[in-house]
Design a protein around this ligand. Structure first.
Ligand SMILES: Cc1ncc(COP(=O)(O)O)c(C=O)c1O
Length: 430
């Protein structure tokens, strides 16, 4: 190549949730049954979309020619009008429809928000963290993502003194990210912690970014507070989407709510630049926006969410009870979303058990996979060994979620109760 064509931030891009699939597929070709615990897609794990939701799509939107047309760059007027009204009422923080911008899923939003941030301005996020945030923020700065630690010995809550100190001594930090409810830990930020974030942002003149894609999957809705209800006078972006709460991940429909844009000129220009970036792409997918107001305002929607969270609560209890006396593993009961982060006890770290591959060919594939990275973290090695032995496909916390704590993430999505319990027991009997 005449000149180097590799972006200087390319090394930061990593999405282990899907990159493990190739290895799993090669094991599957050997006849090993794979239990997919890596991807947060409820439908792929057997959950059914209620027929009344499908009806809105098939009987109304699909018959409408304009569903097949481009939409305005910001998104359909009707969808933004609906969100502007409901969100303003919910949070008491006025959200104009002009300050809502639709994306092709939050993946698209996350990518644009960091890509169009000044390269010297950094956003500090949680560790562990959903990797799209950490990878793309790191890539934008051509450096590792900056993090504050979530503490598994304190219900995965952040140490706010640590957050404050990192902000104080790292002048490039210009924004703080929270994911609430959190992926991968299932933690829901308590009110006091959220207030602390707002206080730090005010003191150091930062913007706040809250990924609230799981907000309607908080197990105890009274425990969840949107950051928009607490931050009235500082730059704030809230990210929402249809992928998890409907669930309709294939809709690729997410949006960003820009709050308090009149409070800071630089922030207003930044928000505008993100809209311009979207405009260069024209718009996001029209059809899901066309049905959004009807689905979210339907009287059956609340019950649909309640049924699902009750299911996840039950599964989180089963998982907690399976691991509570475990020799090697520890878990914290999740309070939202549909994931379980399992961490390693000291005894595992100091003396990891031997995990026998399913057969000779699986052993050969595993050896080849392990040889790709001779400095591989213990948790990644464990996930590959678990996969080659049992077919259970999980994601390591360290490399998969940019985590300071070693362990793995599985989901609470398995619809077959017996299979779910068997998966937990198989892991626990390693
Ligand atoms: C915290 C978080 N944010 C964003 C996303 C991306 O969602 P989307 O399907 O809208 O791209 C995910 C997907 O798992 C997620 O867990």
């Amino acid at each position: 190549m005449r000149n180097n064509i590799l972006h200087p931030g390319a090394g930061e891009l990593n999405y282990e949730i899907r990159s493990v699939v190739e290895f799993a597929n090669s094991l599957q070709r050997l006849g090993i049954e794979i239990t997919w615990e890596n991807i947060g897609d409820p439908l792929a794990k057997g959950e059914k979309l209620p027929s009344w939701i499908k009806q809105y799509v098939s009987e109304e939107a699909l018959q409408e020619d304009l569903s097949y047309a481009y939409s305005p760059t910001k998104g359909l007027e009707s969808a933004r009008q609906y969100l502007s009204k409901t969100r303003s009422l919910e949070t008491g923080n006025n959200l104009s429809k002009e300050n809502i911008l639709f994306f092709n899923g939050l993946g698209d939003a996350i990518s644009k928000v960091y890509t169009w941030l000044h390269p010297n301005s950094r956003v500090m996020g949680p560790s562990p963290a959903y990797p799209t945030h950490s990878s793309i923020e790191g890539a934008h700065a051509r450096s590792h993502h900056l993090t504050y630690d979530l503490d598994p010995y304190n219900n995965w809550l952040p140490d706010m003194e640590d957050v404050r100190n990192k902000v104080k001594y790292t002048p490039n930090i210009t924004g703080l990210l929270i994911i609430n409810p959190d992926n991968p830990t299932g933690m829901v930020y308590p009110l006091e912690t959220l207030k602390e974030f707002v206080a730090i942002a005010k003191e150091y003149n930062l913007f706040l970014l809250a990924d609230e894609i799981y907000c309607n999957l908080a197990y105890y809705p009274e425990e969840f507070v949107s950051l928009a209800a607490l931050a009235y006078d500082i730059p704030l972006m809230i990210m929402r989407g249809l992928s998890k709460e409907l669930p309709w991940p294939g809709s690729r429909c997410g949006w960003v709510e820009f709050y308090n844009t009149d409070k800071d000129h630089n922030y207003k220009e930044y928000a505008k630049s993100i809209e311009e970036a979207k405009m260069n792409e024209v718009c996001s997918t029209t059809l899901p926006q066309a049905v959004l107001p009807k689905i979210l305002s339907d009287s059956r929607y609340k019950n649909h969410l309640k049924d699902r969270t009750e299911k996840y609560i039950k599964r989180s209890e089963v998982a907690f009870n399976t691991f509570k006396n475990s020799q090697y593993f520890e878990v914290v009961r999740p309070k939202g979303a549909f994931y379980l982060s399992v961490t390693f006890k000291e005894v595992f770290i100091n003396n990891p058990p031997h995990i026998e591959p399913a057969n000779k060919q699986a052993a050969e594939l595993l050896e080849k996979e392990l040889s790709k990275d001779l400095e591989m973290n213990l948790d990644k090695k464990f996930c590959l060994e678990l996969l080659a032995s049992t077919g259970i496909c999980t994601v390591p916390l360290s490399s998969g979620f940019n985590s300071h704590v070693q362990g793995f993430r599985m989901t609470l999505l398995e619809e077959d109760d017996e299979k779910f319990e068997k998966t937990l027991k198989t892991i626990n009997s390693i």
